[in-house]
Design a protein around this ligand. Structure first.
Ligand SMILES: O=P(O)(O)OC[C@H]1O[C@H](OP(=O)(O)OP(=O)(O)O)[C@H](O)[C@@H]1O
Ligand SMILES: NC(=O)CC[C@H](N)C(=O)O
Ligand SMILES: [Mg+2]
Length: 505
């Protein structure tokens, strides 16, 4: 779940792309990048780090042009090398740049096809470089006078060849801005417009919050399998390019990934999280009517919305018993377990008076590896809690994700092959309550009744694309377990092939 962005404006886009990336920073903290197009020339700055660390004034002043794309990265494939940060660029045909959110599940096969049949070389282990090259190859078949129909034809063939989750934005040199979304709409992408005296401006983003902050009026989400092309004269063209489409967005976007002030596929994320809290309270009433909960305490940040609503429906006080260090980012998307574990303690600190002698119900949005709840429950006990109960606004996460969330290994998930009681014991809680999957789905569907299907694979092991076999999962595990990442972390290329805007010290 990276953050992607595209902007076509009437003035320099660099600052607006930067700002829009910062409001999508929660989708990726490892690397950031921006590529602008200045009348026939691409300019690139990308590097590992947060947006504020990657772009300095000397980069910004050189990122000229009225057209740009940007990316914040949370890797799900390849390495953490700077060369695999995005955008990616290929010079043929035309000159194309691309940013991608998601994960291709047939990337290995595509690399072979690209080399053997399309005569294209992939220089990194990133699936996003693969996606760009497939798109480029298909565009190359269209001849010189590339129009909207030709671009849509090329995207149609991208859908035929690529599997998995993908939302992408691309600049084609001399042609304009293109965006497309996979046939199930697994990863989100929205677009909006801003009218100016010089004509309309367009923004494409992973989340609507980017449009809000930049003053763009949201037009809509890109539909599954749909492509969008904005030519240099600011004409907007759209077309459904995938043959079979079915809207089944990733439900984890609503649980954790997206900002609550975003609206994804017509569902206000904040409203869905409120309903998650309400339904969790109903479950407690149902299964534990004689509970002795004294206080509900959220685990900041993401669980706050659900916890507040849960407290309201349980009719017990809601208290902010953990204070969050605002300078520490999201721990779940940090790259290694040691760093994640250390960061929970640096990030959260208990206020003893909210715990002392009380039966506390701690609420989190989800339990994935169990890093957060393990530490937090211990902290609650150290702060004097009598009993520590734990509730998760999402069901137990038991299966790997293959569509753009870096949870590649079942064994690393605390609930894998364990009953609720076993997890409860392992995390050291006095009672553990998980949301039921049907309630989670209802929490989103009730906000937008048009949303009837989701990818819930991390909860039920059913992969919406229907083509994930145990062999693929085994290969993924081998390549991307914490151990594998640890071993390859020293191998990150120190000498890269990517085009950086020259450093001027
Ligand atoms: O069981 P785990 O592996 O610890 O993963 C789940 C936790 O990680 C996330 O928090 P995170 O700190 O990433 O972000 P937040 O501040 O948005 O809650 C999530 O909100 C849970 O608290
Ligand atoms: N989380 C994502 O969307 C990752 C995009 C891409 N697979 C990468 O690893 O860079
Ligand atoms: Mg959290």
């Amino acid at each position: 779940m990276c953050g992607i962005l595209g902007l076509m404006a009437n003035s320099m886009v660099n600052q607006a792309v930067y700002d829009a990336l910062t409001v999508q920073q929660h989708r990726g903290q490892d690397a950031a990048g921006m590529m602008t197009w200045d009348e026939g020339r691409f300019l690139l700055r990308k590097s590992n780090g947060l947006v504020r660390d990657v772009f300095h004034t000397r980069h910004m002043t050189r990122l000229k042009g009225h057209l740009g794309i940007g990316h914040v990265r949370y890797p799900t494939a390849g390495s953490a090398s700077e060369a695999e940060s995005q955008p990616f660029y290929v010079n043929s045909p035309y000159g194309i740049a691309l940013v991608h959110n998601g994960n291709l599940t047939n990337s290995d096969q595509l690399v072979e096809e690209l080399f053997n049949a399309d005569l294209r070389h992939i220089n990194t282990s990133s699936d996003s470089e693969v996606l760009l090259n497939v798109f480029a190859h298909e565009l190359g078949k269209q001849g010189h006078h590339l129009g909207a129909e030709d671009i849509f034809d090329a995207v149609r063939r991208v859908h035929r060849r690529c599997r998995g989750g993908y939302a992408a934005v691309s600049i084609i040199n001399g042609k304009g801005l293109v965006a497309f979304r996979d046939p199930y709409g697994i990863r989100p992408v929205v677009f909006g417009k801003r009218d100016t005296a010089e004509g309309p401006e367009y923004m494409i983003a992973s989340e609507s919050v980017a449009l809000d902050v930049a003053g763009f009026e949201m037009i809509r989400d890109l539909a599954p399998g749909e492509a969008l092309y904005i030519d240099l004269d600011r004409n907007l063209h759209t077309q459904r390019c995938a043959e079979q489409t079915r809207l089944a967005p990733c439900i984890f976007e609503y649980v954790y990934l997206s900002r609550p002030d975003s609206i994804l596929d017509g569902a206000n994320v904040y409203a869905t999280r409120m309903r998650m809290g309400q339904k969790l309270a109903e479950k407690v009433h149902r299964d534990w009517p004689d509970n002795d909960i004294d206080v509900v305490i959220p685990i900041p940040d993401t669980s706050r919305t659900a916890a507040l609503e849960m407290a309201l429906h349980l009719d017990v006080p809601y208290r902010e018993g953990f204070m969050k260090n605002r300078y520490i980012g999201r721990t779940f998307i940090m790259p290694g377990q040691t760093q994640r574990k250390k960061s929970v303690r640096q990030k959260l600190n208990a206020i003893d008076i909210e715990f002392n002698g009380k039966n506390v119900l701690l609420v989190d949005d989800s339990i994935v590896r169990g890093t957060t709840c393990n530490e937090i429950i211990q902290m609650a006990r150290e702060a004097g809690a009598k009993n520590v109960y734990f509730a998760s606004a999402a069901p137990a996460v038991r299966y790997p994700n293959v569509y753009g969330i870096d949870m590649p290994v079942a064994m690393e998930l605390i609930a894998y092959d364990r009953s609720v009681d076993e997890v409860c014991q392992l995390i050291g809680a006095d009672r553990l309550i998980y949301q039921d999957l049907d309630d989670l789905k209802a929490a989103v569907s009730e906000v937008n009744p048009a949303l009837t299907e989701f990818d819930c694979s991390v909860f039920d092991g059913r992969y919406i694309t229907g083509d994930i076999d145990p062999d693929y999962l085994a290969r993924l595990e081998l390549a991307r377990s914490d151990d594998a990442k640890q071993q390859s972390s020293g191998e990150h290329a120190l000498v890269d092939l990517h085009n950086d805007v020259e450093e001027v010290e």
